[in-house]
Ligand binder design. Structure first.
Ligand SMILES: Cc1ncc(COP(=O)(O)O)c(C=O)c1O
Length: 482
């Protein structure tokens, strides 16, 4: 082979390698640490730089500089992973955000700038996080128990109406669409079933959402609300959120709302008075006549909210009916929910009966798509399922009797309940009893969250759950007094 041919072959090989070499050179150029003058070279990752309090970061990120009354935090090491990224990318002014602040490379230094506390309103510090019943899966993880009965959240043990389930299944293919902002179908069902006019009805994402809206609509800083104590915790949350003062009126000795005392507690600053009937957590009721007298004695400037979350369970009693009172032009708002007797707690749907002018305000305030598609369809169907409602009420009566009997036979004192749970007092602090029940897989509610540490609240369960409770309670009490 001639030398000319050999040279040609060598050069064509070189040419074919050129792109690969070029690519390698590019990767190296990107990944190699920048060659800074010796003085400025970055320390290797093992010697991580710390915040230098003297580093002038003001011009880079003025808002991150601690104010004079907010002293600079101590120097801190960079997380290794963040350093590695900086190092590999070789950037000099890269900012990396994390929940520990941001990291900024400045010349040969890395500075970690702590997060600025975001300026939420100071009064929100007074809000307590809602404490829900312990979830079944959490208990399973913690204790590894197989048989778990959750009797803690006043849910419907017989489940949702089959009509509601069918309605949900039928609209699953439509969930890429927004729900009906006018809530036509569900509102029509409410009006039809209860005999309400559409202008007297607002539908919410659970009655919790409506409680929130009422707080925003009625309360300004310095206003007052009157609540019974203990009662549903969200009334006070709505007051705190809107900087209103709370007047708590203790229940009477038979654990009922003390309406006379509540009326007496009202002042010209009172804007909302909350009456849960039946009351949560006690399950007690106030009667129609006494409620009428109460409405007459509350100042005209205060609106009474009658929360009827458990209305169906007490429907045979002579209790007030918010819709009748709204129709009669009384200064009242009624709240109902499909979370309890209708078994749709997981879908979040509740509604209010209220005067048209107030309904109009809430309609303008509410999120346009506050009630999701599945909830609207399920509610519209469930409201017509009278058989499911009757089965629920029948089952509930049996469960309440079983709970009360079990409590009495273990030395507790059950309060007569008109809801779907029993409030029981024991002659001792119930936290250890709650724990002993938990260890056997029974979840109830302790009274301490309602300010009554010697009480328990036990929700109605399925027959199997009731058996489990009946067997576990004596064992739990025995564990406390061996
Ligand atoms: C008295 C009372 N009102 C309102 C609610 C909230 O119900 P919803 O699930 O509709 O938000 C509850 C829930 O437990 C309650 O006990």
């Amino acid at each position: 082979m001639s030398s000319a041919v050999r040279r040609l072959r060598r050069s064509s090989l070189c040419l074919s390698m050129a792109p690969v070499a070029g690519l390698l050179a590019l990767v190296w150029a990107r990944l190699r640490p920048r060659r800074l003058p010796r003085r400025q070279q970055r320390p290797p990752p093992s010697r991580l730089p710390v915040r230098d309090p003297g580093t002038p970061v003001r011009h880079l990120c003025p808002w991150a500089v601690p104010s004079p009354d907010q002293p600079s935090p101590p120097a801190q090491r960079l997380p290794q992973s963040q350093f590695a990224w900086q190092y590999l990318l070789g950037c000099t002014n890269l900012i990396i955000g994390s929940n520990q602040g941001i990291v900024q490379a400045v010349g040969d230094r890395y500075v970690r700038i702590p997060p600025m506390p975001q300026a939420t309103k100071p009064h929100l510090e007074n809000l307590r996080k809602y404490s829900p019943g312990k979830p079944i899966e959490e208990l399973r993880r913690e204790l590894g128990v197989d048989r778990i009965s959750k009797l803690a959240s006043n849910e419907n043990p017989i489940g949702p109406s089959p009509l509601a389930l069918a309605a949900v299944r039928a609209c699953l293919d439509d969930v890429h669409r927004y729900p009906d902002a006018a809530q036509y179908e569900v509102k029509s069902a409410i009006c039809d079933v209860f005999g309400a006019a559409p202008e007297n009805v607002v539908v919410g994402n659970g009655s919790d959402e409506l409680i929130h809206y009422l707080g925003v609509a009625f309360l300004s800083p310095g206003d007052e609300v009157v609540v019974g104590s203990p009662s549903f915790i969200q009334y006070t949350a709505a007051a705190i959120l809107n900087q209103a003062d709370i007047k708590s009126v203790p229940l009477d000795p038979s654990e009922r709302m003390d309406l006379e005392a509540m009326a007496a507690a009202c002042s010209d600053r009172t804007r909302l008075v909350w009456v849960a009937n039946p009351n949560n957590p006690t399950g007690t009721i106030v009667m129609r006549e006494e409620f009428d007298r109460f409405l007459d004695s509350v100042p005209r400037t205060a609106t009474v909210v009658l929360d009827e979350a458990y209305f169906d369970f007490a429907r045979d009693e002579a209790i007030p009916d918010s819709l009748e009172l709204v129709k009669a032009g009384r200064n009242i708002i009624g709240l109902r929910t499909l979370s309890k007797s209708y078994g749709l707690a997981g879908l979040r749907i509740g509604f209010a009966f209220l005067p048209p002018e107030t309904a109009d305000v809430i309609e303008r305030m509410r999120e346009p798509f506050n009630v999701n598609l599945l909830a609207q369809r399920a509610a519209a169907a469930a409201l017509y399922d009278r058989e499911h409602l009757e089965n629920t009420l029948h089952h509930n009566r049996k469960s309440l009797e079983r709970i009360s009997r079990a409590v009495s036979s273990c030395g507790g004192k059950p309060t007569k309940s008109f809801a779907n749970f029993v409030w029981a007092e024991f002659p001792f602090d119930t936290k250890p009893l709650f724990d002993a029940l938990l260890r056997q897989g029974v979840i109830v509610r302790t009274g301490d969250i309602f300010g009554r540490p010697t009480c328990l609240r036990i929700s109605a369960g399925t027959d199997d759950e009731m058996e489990h409770f009946e067997a576990s309670l004596p064992k739990a009490v025995e564990m406390l007094n061996p």
